[in-house]
Design a protein around this ligand. Structure first.
Ligand SMILES: Cc1cc2nc3c(=O)[nH]c(=O)nc-3n(C[C@H](O)[C@H](O)[C@H](O)COP(=O)(O)O)c2cc1C
Length: 351
């Protein structure tokens, strides 16, 4: 069983996480796996109240559940089982059962964030139905698909507001640049962070990216040529080259609601991968809006707060959401293979 547990945990750690920070560790007691959050792994603005990490943990749990079933275990999952231990996200108790064929299993390794432009061909009915049916087992989370060309274009433009803000806010800028993995050598050492080659920057963009690492230079370029808005516009054009933009929504703002959204996100992402399509999250605006609605603004300027508030209302209107809050946004479409892949550290497991 120990070997199976190692396989299940390894599959868990193939999950996506914001800036590839991998904020998890595991403790194993007999047939029980405890999944812990590592809050110090991500102190970004985006991770207010650990919400971004909880989405990632939802993906870890989904991968683990799929793998456990594949290996012939029933996985009993209990979220936040001990109110005294806030970092204990879940216990996953394994019980020997029947092997269950899991068509998504092989896509756990293949799923990837693809930041290339995609072709904008519409999703066919089968693809849409497969995506929508991911929500069948989730009574607390819902999937919404925006695939009208005008809606996709509008959403792409709204969601790229994130880049404008990152390039105008010093704290957000500093966090991003301190989490870039700049070289193949660093990536081989499995440094936590965003590997630059996965950002799909063209040569001149990569040069500029290296330059604006210095916030003083960036501020100057913002004044001189409005570079933050230019980058945002360029990225918006890439995001618009998608077949659809998918939202996962849940009710309320509890830790569990983020975990559930992360589970459903992962199921959708694996399903999208299975149908030969690419996907990439566009979460900045959503996570920052959530932070503002939660009553915290960190040091966001009033101008950015206003822009984010307006953006969130527009996003909600396009998806026609009333009571739920949007927790996840993924763009999907047919893209060429990514130029590079993000690595994972060996899982931190205490036996
Ligand atoms: C909560 C969360 C938020 C994310 N937000 C973004 C985002 O806004 N833009 C983006 O390009 N990638 C985003 N990502 C993708 C991660 O950067 C990516 O998962 C990570 O670098 C690992 O790469 P992989 O998904 O290819 O394994 C997000 C992932 C998670 C889980």
């Amino acid at each position: 069983m120990l070997e199976d547990i190692k396989i299940i945990i390894k599959a868990g750690t193939q999950a996506p996480s914001g800036d590839n920070v991998q904020p998890w560790r595991f403790v194993v007691n007999d047939s029980v796996i405890k999944l812990f959050n590592v809050p110090e792994a991500d102190n970004s603005f985006y991770n207010i109240s650990q919400n971004a990490s909880y989405i990632a943990h939802g993906a870890v749990i989904e991968n683990m559940a799929i793998t456990a079933k594949t290996l012939g275990y029933n996985a009993n999952i209990s979220l936040f089982p001990d109110s005294g231990k806030s970092n204990l996200v879940a216990t996953i108790s394994l019980e020997k059962g029947n092997t269950q064929n899991q068509p998504l299993y092989e896509y756990i390794e293949k799923r990837v964030t693809n930041r290339k432009p995609y072709t904008s061909d519409p999703l066919n009915d089968e693809q849409k139905n497969n995506i929508l049916s991911c929500a069948n087992e989730f009574k607390d989370a819902r999937i919404l698909i925006a695939d009208d060309t005008k809606d996709v274009k509008k959403l792409a433009q709204i969601l790229s507001l994130n880049e404008q803000i990152v390039l105008e806010n010093k704290q957000m800028h500093d966090f991003l640049f301190s989490h870039v993995v700049w070289s193949e050598e660093e990536e081989r050492q499995k440094k936590r962070g965003l590997y630059i080659k996965t950002l799909e920057l063209k040569k001149p963009q990569e040069k500029m990216f290296g330059l604006v690492k210095n916030f003083t230079i960036l501020r100057f370029l913002n004044r001189l040529i409005g570079i933050s808005k230019k980058v945002s516009k360029e990225n918006g054009k890439v995001y618009a080259q998608s077949s659809a933009i998918i939202a996962v929504s849940t009710n309320g703002d509890t830790k569990e609601s983020y975990i559930k959204a992360g589970q459903l996100m992962q199921k959708v992402w694996l399903t999208v991968a299975k149908s030969g399509l690419s996907a990439g999250p566009l979460m900045g605006v959503i996570l920052l809006s959530q932070m503002i609605r939660g009553g915290s603004t960190n040091d966001l300027s009033q101008k950015h707060i206003n822009l984010l508030n307006r953006a969130y209302v527009e996003i909600k209107n396009i998806f026609r959401i009333k009571d739920d809050t949007i927790k996840v946004i993924l763009r999907v479409g047919r893209g060429d293979e990514p130029s590079a892949y993000s690595s994972r550290r060996d899982p931190n497991i205490t036996f």
